[in-house]
Design a protein around this ligand. Structure first.
Ligand code: NAD
Length: 358
């Protein structure tokens, strides 16, 4: 198991968890990470309820393979009447809350929808979980709430919150509501802060699928600034497994960073994808020639890097997929599912034009 060198030295070994057959309600289960989690819920034998508003980012195709084993409710998390009906009927023991407006660039264009979904939606769910006596509320946050780092250091769970974009501000507010419901009402809330996820089924507004789409279609690959920004890349199935480990072994009221230890500059990510495509899809070789630097994102955080020793020590989780393995699997998945990628991309022209400027 080729772990990140950051964690290889003191990984305590497999935890081998033993989850009970509980009723789990997953919000945002038609999204990128939520759908990975839903597919695994079904595999692990949970009775699985999915709530999703099906925004532009939601797609039931992601969970089509498990559709006969889940109950799906199309609903907005901020809708008090609909969400109450669902809780009244289903009385879930566990809530895993992924549903969110999730893209920083969109939060720059339209911050209001981020407050509506991420803040009001979370408050509504916490309130229902309290009223209907949910045993565990898993609040899916992000490493972005900590703000940016320079070249050195890592964020621990104790680091102050310094969110810089409307997206990360809305997520920080979500975390503070979770904290309040734990402290004030005793609702068992755990907040998880994953680093940047990647893998199959990610909507092509995020860096990796944008690069793959553009490269496959022989179009200029937009890279913000000089491509120097650093992110910590967590393969989506590792993220989902980490969440299960925390459900099993995490403590209520706690926060867990969930990173991989695999940090990369954006330009390194883009070059790695181009290299893989040169082998797997030689038509537009060399793909690197398509790289085009565009005007940097306003307020672009330079680097995120998590200290994930707490989740490793207390929960026994460590990410198993190296970046090299994960990115190769991801590129191959998009080549095999190019029609899905193209179908999504056709609606993104206007958004890309507003976002990537010279
Ligand atoms: P996504 O954008 O792919 O999916 C979000 C899902 O939530 C979609 O299915 C959408 O339809 C649904 N949704 C949005 N608003 C809703 C609302 N008001 N009511 C009901 N459903 C709604 O997002 P993702 O990348 O899968 O991220 C999932 C969660 O993980 C988010 O909370 C995000 O902040 C967090 N996160 C993501 C990353 C990442 O790299 N993708 C990293 C860290 C944390």
């Amino acid at each position: 198991m080729p772990l990140s060198p950051k964690y290889a030295a003191n990984y305590p070994g497999e935890s081998g968890y033993n989850l009970k057959m509980e009723k789990i309600l997953v919000t945002g289960g038609a999204g990128f990470i939520g759908s990975e989690f839903v597919r695994k819920c079904v595999e692990k034998g949970f009775s699985t309820i999915v709530v999703d508003k099906l925004t532009y980012a939601g797609d039931l195709k992601r969970i089509e393979c498990v559709k006969d084993f889940i109950t799906f409710y199309p609903a907005d998390t901020a809708d008090q009447v609909k969400i109450e009906d669902i809780f009244k009927k289903e009385k879930p023991q566990i809530v895993v809350h992924f549903a969110a407006e999730s893209h920083v660039d969109r939060s720059i264009l339209d911050p209001f929808s981020f407050i509506e979904s991420n803040v009001k939606g979370t408050l509504n769910l916490l309130n229902m979980a309290r009223n209907y006596h949910t045993d565990l509320f898993i609040n899916i946050s992000t490493d972005e709430v900590y703000g940016e780092l320079g070249n050195e250091g890592y964020f621990t769970e104790e680091s102050p919150l310094n969110p810089n974009s409307p997206y990360s501000v809305s997520k920080a507010a979500q975390d503070m509501l979770g904290r309040a419901y734990y402290r004030t009402f005793g609702l068992p809330v755990i907040t998880i802060r994953p680093s940047n996820n990647y893998g199959p089924w990610q909507y092509p507004e995020k860096l990796i699928p944008v690069v793959i789409y553009k490269a496959l279609n022989g179009e200029p690959i937009p890279v913000y600034g000089k491509g120097e920004n650093v992110r910590e890349w967590l393969y989506v199935s590792d993220c989902a497994e980490g969440i299960f480990s925390i459900i099993e072994k995490g403590k209520a009221g706690e926060i867990y960073n969930l990173g991989s230890g695999f940090e990369k500059r954006n330009i390194e990510v883009v070059r790695e994808i181009c290299k893989i495509l040169d082998e797997e899809f030689p038509e537009n070789r060399p793909h690197e020639n398509l790289i085009t630097f565009v005007k940097d994102r306003p307020g672009h955080d330079f680097r995120y890097g998590l200290d994930s020793h707490k989740v490793m020590k207390e929960v026994g989780f460590v990410a198993k997929t190296t970046f090299e393995e994960g990115i190769r699997k991801t590129v191959k998945w998009y080549i095999e599912n190019i029609s899905w990628l193209n179908e999504k991309a056709q609606y993104l022209r206007e958004f890309w034009a507003k976002t990537y400027k010279h």
